[in-house]
Write a protein that binds this ligand. Sequence first.
Ligand code: 13P
Length: 280
Amino acid sequence: MNNEYQQMLNNARRGKYILGAFNVFNHISAKAVVKAAEELDSPVIIEMSTSVVKKLGIRNAISLLNTVKEEAKIPIIIHLDHCVDLDIALECIDNGWSSIMFDGSGLSLEENIKRTKQIVAHAKKYNVHVEGEVGDIKGTEDDIHSDVSLLANFEDTMHFIEQTGVNTIAPAIGTAHGQYNGIPHINYELIERLANESSCPVVIHGGTGLSKEAYERFIKCGAAKLNISTAIKQAYIDAIIQFSKKEKVVYEPLKADEEILNAIKEVVKEHIMLFNQLKK
Ligand code: 13P
């Protein structure tokens, strides 16, 4: 288990706030997340989805993220998001990631337990933290798509935690990856029961587009980590569109980078402030 990360999660629960985990895909997005967290003096998780890691290459990806981490003035955890591939998960553990999520949501509960256990056993040797998923979270994240939420229940989730020894748990509670069409029906009771009856910190996926009240309830229920991806991607592309719409086209790539970075930074700050709204 990664002690620094565990400490950060414990501090969040005790201090009545949630750790923001933001999906990044290149140097600008990673830098923007860190700058936002520095301006709010808040610890943060920078996570990368497995498809991005595959495109960049595991070593390039970790070296990019490590560079950003080394320059940072706040504590940072580097996390691999939604990995379905056992070999990639094991390779990331060997190559310096602080935390990885094994996504066995497409498997039966017993098969998910079996594979997650293998990852946990390997991760322990390197003090790497493992996040598991129970149920199936709706929407598209990375190359993984699900039209229906297969919601998790308390008994299966506890069974999964006990059998696998994961360090954090992401149960499908009714949130979804991507923007929401309506108001999602969220099983807050499950978060609260898990937070009270298990020592395994609860992670919420599908964080983009929820109300201030939903974030507040997550904090009150005892969730410890919340993932944001779509909002970052939208800020990135919208900033490019805005930049290209200027009256006179500016052929200055670094100027464009600066505007993209600032746009993402503002979105991340808004979310961190929402996650800190009840902070003691
Ligand atoms: P959103 O894309 O809805 O923010 O979800 C992010 C997520 O859960 C990444 O794992």
